[in-house]
Design a protein around this ligand. Structure first.
Ligand SMILES: Nc1nc2c(c(=O)[nH]1)N[C@H]1C(S)=C(S)[C@@H](COP(=O)(O)O)O[C@H]1N2
Ligand SMILES: [Mo]
Length: 552
């Protein structure tokens, strides 16, 4: 009996504090994850912060605002978190004595969080879910970590003396005081059934590390989700101003409306997407600014509201990716609305030695665009809308560049936030050291959309059709030949200008057998697409799109 008092009965206090902190972190992480779905006001920490603000007397509030200025909210949430951390540690220390005490402590915090959430204006019962799930996850973590922190061992001789052994008394050793039995290496505590629980530091620390990972991952995911919600909401709230320079109507004859032929305007949902972003950058237009600096007379910084006040231009421009293979899908045409880049750059005053605009996106991608191309009068835009809709987030909301005639990797920066006016001999953009040319004018190309490669057709009259592009020069002719016969000129659809692709079609009397179809385009300067086959790297694929079909 007496001996039990000398045996440490639980994990040390620091271990309890650690378990409490990690469990609290898991609780908050899980709550934040769910708040990502149910809205930021359902995250109990924010709700408690808001409630504190409401309950704070006005003079104290004024003092806080005067002292912390714009950071007052961050200071408040930080303060709530520090208090929470202290209490979580305490809960862990107490839970070593009895798990139920710790769980009760977590519940008490859940009740405070729930009250704060529920008293927010417009709160509904479902808003309590993040708090409830957080408390549940924290409780599971607390119980699991405490159990993990101690290891059960089957009874040692010392324990046998305290409990009647089923075997012969000789086993105990007559009169032999158990205190002379070898001491356990670690503090031990008695458990029922002749077991000894020992504090196991290694298992505690590995368990705690696992808890930290869960807490961090859920918190990050939750923040990402609520960021997405906030940006989606801000995007839906944008009211697009009318263009000062509207584009004319798209000519009725621009779209031949043939089955299988790419429509003249690519719907936003079908528009190809190419970027280095693992998760789509979420840029709140209220926080967005565009900074223009470097070789300029005076640096300029614009907000989204500033940009929307400038005269807007509408333009039909076909984007093309340099990594598009001949016949590939990375090309699309849209009607863009934006501010002419040249207008904004002229405000900054470009120095005459500048030849490169090094633009940077919110996620750190960079892009080098020749100054002369942007300033030569073409409709190079800071675009805010695509096909009549506020720019989709994955296509660069709130603002992206669009420059007719240049591949996307040297011109079409999405989520653009910064432009350094510089020189090609001083700066390099993202793709240049990765094997792609510093400059990337789009090469004239043509593609067969119908029939598709490998199709089986019925013999007789059919239509071959596709698209061709030579941005900012324009497509003047498209020719098709079958089985290396004579080149025949295709019919060309109308276009609004030189910056879009152009649909084409040609009739063909298909005869039974296997046939090869080739296409080539000629631009408005009279240059015909080269037959020479080149891969996309370093500056765009060349060759004639060639398909084979079976006619039965
Ligand atoms: N921020 C950012 N912008 C970017 C890129 C990128 O990786 N990051 N890729 C460029 C490339 S290579 C192309 S082809 C176009 C594609 O634009 P889209 O995804 O809207 O079709 O975006 C350009 N803008
Ligand atoms: Mo690209």
């Amino acid at each position: 009996m007496q001996r039990n008092e000398t045996i440490p009965t639980r994990a040390p206090a620091w271990a309890g504090a650690l378990v409490g902190l990690v469990s609290g972190g898991v609780a908050l992480g899980v709550a934040q994850l769910l708040a990502g779905f149910f809205g930021p006001a359902t995250f109990p920490v924010v709700a408690v912060g808001d409630a504190v603000v409401d309950l704070t007397p006005a003079p104290v509030k004024d003092f806080a605002i005067a002292t912390f200025g714009e950071n007052d909210k961050a200071v408040l949430v930080g303060g709530v978190l520090v208090v929470l951390a202290g209490i979580a540690a305490l809960i862990g220390v107490v839970a070593r004595r009895r798990l139920a005490y710790g769980l009760a402590g977590l519940d008490a915090f859940g009740v405070i969080g729930a009250l704060a959430v529920f008293t927010r204006p417009g709160a509904v019962a479902l808003d309590l879910l993040p708090t409830v799930a957080g408390v549940a996850a924290g409780s599971v973590a607390l119980a699991w970590l405490l159990r993990r922190a101690t290891v059960s061992r089957v009874s040692t001789s010392r324990v046998s003396t305290a409990l009647p052994a089923p075997g012969p008394p000789a086993e105990v050793g007559e009169g032999e005081p158990a205190s002379t039995a070898p001491e356990p290496e670690r503090p031990a505590v008695m458990r029922a059934g002749g077991e000894v629980a020992e504090f196991d530091r290694r298992r505690l620390l590995t368990g705690a590390a696992g808890g930290v990972v869960v807490a961090g991952a859920t918190a990050l995911l939750g923040r990402q989700l609520s960021g997405q919600r906030a940006v989606d909401a801000a995007r839906l709230g944008v009211r697009l101003p009318r263009p000062a320079v509207p584009a004319g109507p798209i000519p009725a004859g621009a779209d031949l409306r043939l089955p299988g032929l790419s429509p003249f305007v690519t719907p936003n949902r079908d528009f190809y997407r190419v970027d280095t972003a693992i998760s789509v950058p979420q840029v709140d237009p209220n926080d967005w600014t565009l900074r223009i600096h470097g070789l300029v007379g005076r640096p300029v910084e614009l907000t989204y509201a500033d940009l929307l006040k400038l005269p807007l231009t509408e333009a039909d421009v076909t984007l093309t990716c340099v990594s598009n293979e001949v016949g590939g899908p990375y090309v699309g045409n849209a009607r863009w609305l934006g501010v002419r880049m040249a207008d904004v750059l002229r405000r900054a005053g470009l120095r005459s030695d500048a030849d490169m605009l090094l633009s940077t996106s919110a996620d750190g991608f960079t892009c080098g665009t020749p100054v002369d191309v942007v300033m030569d009068g073409r409709e190079a835009l800071f675009a805010i809308a695509m096909n009549g809709e506020t720019l989709p987030v994955e296509h660069g909301f709130p603002v992206r560049q669009v420059v007719p005639g240049l591949y996307g990797y040297v011109s079409a920066t999405k989520w653009v936030v910064d432009i350094k006016v510089t020189r090609f001999d001083t700066d390099q953009a993202y793709w240049t050291p990765r094997g792609w040319s510093a400059k990337g004018p789009i090469k004239t190309q043509s593609r067969i959309d119908v029939p598709k490669a490998g199709d089986s057709l019925k013999a007789g009259a059919t239509t071959i059709a596709g698209v061709a592009w030579a941005q900012h020069t324009g497509v003047e002719a498209v020719e098709v030949r079958v089985d290396r016969g004579e080149w025949r000129r295709a019919r060309l659809a109308q276009v609004p200008g030189p910056d879009t692709w152009r649909q084409w079609s040609i009739d063909w009397n298909a005869t039974t057998g296997e046939h090869t179809i080739e296409v080539r385009a000629t631009d408005a300067a009279g240059r015909t697409q080269t037959e020479r086959i080149a891969p996309p790297a370093p500056d765009g694929a060349t060759g004639w799109h060639t398909i084979t079909v079976q006619v039965g």
